[in-house]
Design a protein around this ligand. Structure first.
Ligand code: NAP
Ligand code: HSE
Length: 427
């Protein structure tokens, strides 16, 4: 029996998958034992040139044609965004069609509702491609590691920003030019603000945290900051201090609950994440029994992502053929999500200060007043002004913010020019 697939979207990811289904269908069927047929494909512009040959009447500009078509057995959602994608996915599930999606924004916003709708209908909602592009991470977390008491998931989950940081640091290229290149290569979101602001990584962090800890973490519970505020000069200072900047997603279990956030962080140069280059993603999963696992590979781009989508499509197709009602991969229990203000981390600060006796003491006592302990200090003098670089021990977000405000008010401080978190497990 052939499984007829309906597509919502045929852009970077959908286009790659369509090409594979059209050009390599026999090989896929031979290896998987599943025959797939591209039955309907919804796009915004049916007149646009596409580099894959589709039969007459397959393309439609109305995505509802795909989800309401009784001959579509399985829906692939690769159109992106929340609206109309969310209601289309819900409608497909409610009408008994399994859905495969690459849409992390949608899963992070409405995942719980959609997973419950899928379970109620006895069909699968699969989203391996939503995190880590071509890296298998969703299935390992929700199935292979289902019995592990995961303590931390941490890594680089946005290819565009890692590509930008790599090119800026290694080749000295300007931010905007590299972002344009990432868009051309198909790494960036339709609106790349989602990438550079950290929102895309936050959606992925929400999904990873939910699966790792079995507590639903919506997108709105993930504090996120992007790479758009970073300055080249700090890349150089950080390199001299033995650090490299990365956009990190961190979800960890602490005594007060789980903390989930996305922000740039300086990583020690010898840490494996420091050498993750280009659009590659890398995610550490830690637990008492498994120790440390590292998942790494191409984190963005049409072809790797389409491989993840295809794996899910074949899985859902096999379930359809076996007529086995699908079960949700995970059940979410109540749990506490720590407020971002209560998260502790180390910090790098760059201050422009007056270079005269007593300045360092004033600055040190201001940090002390706000329970921030300084680990190391470097100073570079330039006449009567100096640049001061400081790295702190662990300090709470709320304390560092208060210390920064107090420093800004000191007459000897010209400017708190940069504040970047430092991710290091050293004391
Ligand atoms: P894309 O290149 O912008 O493609 C979007 C596709 O959806 C296009 O074919 C577009 O039609 C169609 N579309 C958009 N809105 C529509 C509407 N209202 N009605 C009908 N068709 C509509 O996006 P993409 O890069 O393939 O990403 C798709 C999804 O995969 C997103 O959720 C993204 O976050 C996710 N994802 C992307 C990557 C990646 O590396 N690109 C990796 C992992 C996950 P037209 O072709 O006519 O414009
Ligand atoms: N825009 C995303 C990224 C695509 O750059 O990581 C993969 O999810």
């Amino acid at each position: 029996m052939t499984i007829r697939v309906g597509f919502l979207g045929a852009g970077t990811v959908g286009g790659s998958l369509l090409r594979r289904l059209v050009e390599q269908n026999d090989a896929i069927a031979t290896k998987s034992g599943v025959e797939l047929d591209v039955h309907r494909v919804a796009v915004r512009d049916v007149g646009k040139a596409r580099d894959v040959a589709l039969g007459d009447g397959v393309l439609t500009a109305d995505p509802r044609d795909v989800v309401t078509d009784p001959d579509v057995d399985l829906v692939v959602e690769v159109m992106g965004g929340l609206d109309p994608a969310g209601d289309l996915v819900l409608a497909a599930l409610q009408s008994g069609k399994p859905v495969v999606t690459a849409n992390k924004a949608l899963i992070a916003a409405r995942g719980r509702e959609l997973i419950e709708a899928a379970e109620a209908a006895g069909v699968s909602l699969l989203f391996e491609a939503a995190v880590g592009g071509g890296i298998p991470i969703i299935r390992p977390l929700s199935q292979s590691l289902a019995g592990e008491q995961i303590t931390r998931v941490m890594g680089i989950v946005n290819g565009t920003t890692n590509f930008i940081l790599t090119k800026m640091i290694e080749d000295g290229l300007p931010y905007h030019g590299v972002l344009a290149e990432a868009q051309e290569l198909g790494y960036a979101e339709a609106d790349p603000t989602a990438d550079v602001s950290g929102a895309d990584a936050a959606a992925k962090a929400a999904i990873l945290a939910s699966l790792a800890f079995g507590i639903w973490v919506g997108f709105d519970r993930v504090h996120h900051e992007g790479i758009d505020q970073l300055e080249q000069i700090d890349f150089e200072f950080a390199a001299n201090l033995g650090y490299r900047p990365k956009l990190l997603a961190i979800a960890e279990q602490g005594p007060g609950g789980i903390a989930v956030r996305v922000h740039p962080a300086l990583v020690p140069s010898e840490h494996p994440l420091a050498s993750v280059r280009g659009a590659t993603n890398a995610v550490f999963v830690e637990g008492p029994a498994i120790g440390e696992l590292l998942f790494t590979g191409p984190g963005a781009g049409g072809d790797p992502t389409a491989t993840a989508v295809l794996g899910d499509v074949l899985h859902a197709a096999r379930e359809l053929l076996a007529k086995t009602p699908a079960k949700a991969p995970i059940r979410f229990a109540p749990g506490t999500i720590v407020e971002f203000d209560d998260v502790a981390t180390k910090w790098y600060l760059r201050l422009e200060v007056a270079d005269r006796p007593g300045v360092l003491a004033r600055i040190a006592s201001t940090f002390g007043d706000h329970r921030v302990s300084i680990k190391s200090v470097w100073q570079e003098g330039r006449g009567d002004r100096a640049t001061l670089l400081l790295v702190t021990h662990d300090a709470l977000e709320r304390d560092l913010r208060a210390a920064r405000a107090a420093l800004d008010g000191l007459e000897v401080v010209g400017q708190v020019a940069a504040v970047i978190r430092v991710q290091s497990d050293e004391p």
